[in-house]
Structures are given as C-alpha cells and as structure tokens.
Design a binder for this molecule. Structure first.
Ligand code: DX5
Ligand code: ZN
Length: 235
C-alpha cells in the first residue's frame, strides 16, 4: 500500500519545510498537484516549486498534471525531478496515446487519471501502457472537498480489469481521502492513497500516515481473502 500526502495542503509559504516534514513521516510518495487555471478552475504551482523541494527528499515524486497542454510541461517536470507524470483521459484518445508514449520514452513512470463524470470505459484502451490508474474521487481543482461515493464502482472495474488482463498498474485514489474513505477504496481494490487535508492537517503527520497505512492494509487483506474464496467461474 502506498500513502501519498499531497503538497497542495501544505503551507504555501513553506513548501520545502513541509516537504521535509512529509519526508520524515514515512509516507511513500509525494503527490504534487499541478493546476493550470484552464483544465481546472484553479492555479497551484509549477516546475520551479517542484525543483525547489527536490533536494529536500528522496521520495518518489508523483506529479498530477491537471493541465490542458501537458506536452509543454513534460521536460520541465522531468528536469525538476519528477518520477511519474499523470495526465487526464479527458484530453482525448489521440492526445493521450501520444502523451503516454512520450512520457514513457523519457524514462518516467506514467499515470492516467479519470474524473468523476467521465466513463471509466475510456481508460480501457490505454491500460497496457500505464503504471498507475488514478480514479479521481472528487472533481479536480481544490483540496478539502468531500469524497464522491459514486466513484467506488470505477475502482472495482479497474481492479477487475487488472486481474482479468493480468496487468500490474497501481490503482490510485485522489480527493477527499480520509481514514474512512481510504478503507472504502481499499475494500474495492485501491492500493495507492493520495491525501492532503486528512494527513497534513492531522495533529501528528507520522502517526496519521501510520494509521492510514494500517487501516488500508487490513481492508485490502479482507478483499484478497474474499477473492480467494470466490468460486471459480463455471465453464
Ligand atoms: C484535487 C487534487 C488532490 C487534492 C487532495 O484536484 O488532485 O490531490 O490535493 O486533497 P484532499 O485530500 O484535501 O481532498
Ligand atoms: Zn491530485
């Protein structure tokens, strides 16, 4: 299970300090929300901020591009120290196919995200190319929003495809992830949990990361047991 605090919930006046705090919390990934004020109705930060926090930690940088023209940002984020770049399926099939190929050819991991109103079916043709499938559990653009429960079946579908096609992509959830909603997501197959408000606003960050990890590991083990007990499909 991967716990990925989001820097969007940090104090914007002390990004490096908060990135250091996250690094000490034993979380796995640092989630970096890039908003261009066009794909989403908000502007967050760019490659310069990512470059500024890179020397602070060796964590895996999970860069979430909520951008209408991510192609102009790929090299700057690679130079800034990104390990994974995630784009949105709403950019359209042709653009997505080219961008996934381009990001992989740069030697980076690649993620593909789907927004709540968008059909998970649009992800099917890209599954073999991705390292991470990101199910947005809120409409992107802001932290601190409430979890949208109607997104849970998408996580289940992503997990079913992964089993059926014997693929290895991670299933990431992002938006309104608290201790309780993280468990709901783990129960249906998620294994990577982005959380801003619930972790960074918690009294002790390291304790909150540990608590979330323990809860999702337990929930995920329950799912594995259920899958093992499922009767084999009849020929
Ligand atoms: C929203 C971002 C999320 C956000 C999560 O568009 O993609 O990563 O920062 O923040 P919380 O956990 O506060 O919903
Ligand atoms: Zn995000």
């Amino acid at each position: 299970m991967i716990i990925a605090p989001s820097l969007l919930a940090a104090d914007f006046g002390r990004f490096a300090k908060d990135a250091g705090r996250i690094s000490k919390s034993k979380a796995d990934w640092l989630h970096l929300d890039i908003m261009d004020g066009h794909f989403v109705p908000n502007i967050s930060f760019g490659p310069q901020v990512v470059k500024a926090v890179r020397p602070v930690t060796r964590m895996f940088f999970d860069v979430h591009l909520m951008c209408s023209k991510p192609e102009i940002l790929l090299e700057p984020f690679k130079d800034a120290g990104a390990n994974q770049l995630t784009i949105h399926v709403e950019l359209g099939e042709q653009a997505v196919t080219q961008l996934l190929w381009k990001i992989k050819s740069m030697g980076l991991k690649v993620g593909l995200a789907v927004n709540p109103p968008t059909s998970i079916g649009l992800m099917r043709k890209h599954l073999e190319q991705i390292d991470t499938l990101l199910v947005m559990t809120v409409n992107p653009g802001f932290g601190g929003q409430s979890f949208i429960y109607e997104t849970l079946p998408k996580i289940q579908q992503a997990a079913a495809w992964r089993r059926e096609l014997n693929l290895g992509y991670r299933i990431e959830v992002d938006g309104g992830i608290t201790f309780d909603t993280a468990v709901e997501c783990a129960r249906v197959g998620a294994d990577t949990f982005v959380s801003g408000t619930a972790l960074l606003k918690a009294r002790g960050l390291a304790a909150a990361v540990k608590k979330m990890r323990t809860k999702v590991e337990l929930a995920s083990a329950t799912l594995d047991n259920q899958l093992v007990l499922q009767p084999a499909p009849q020929p």
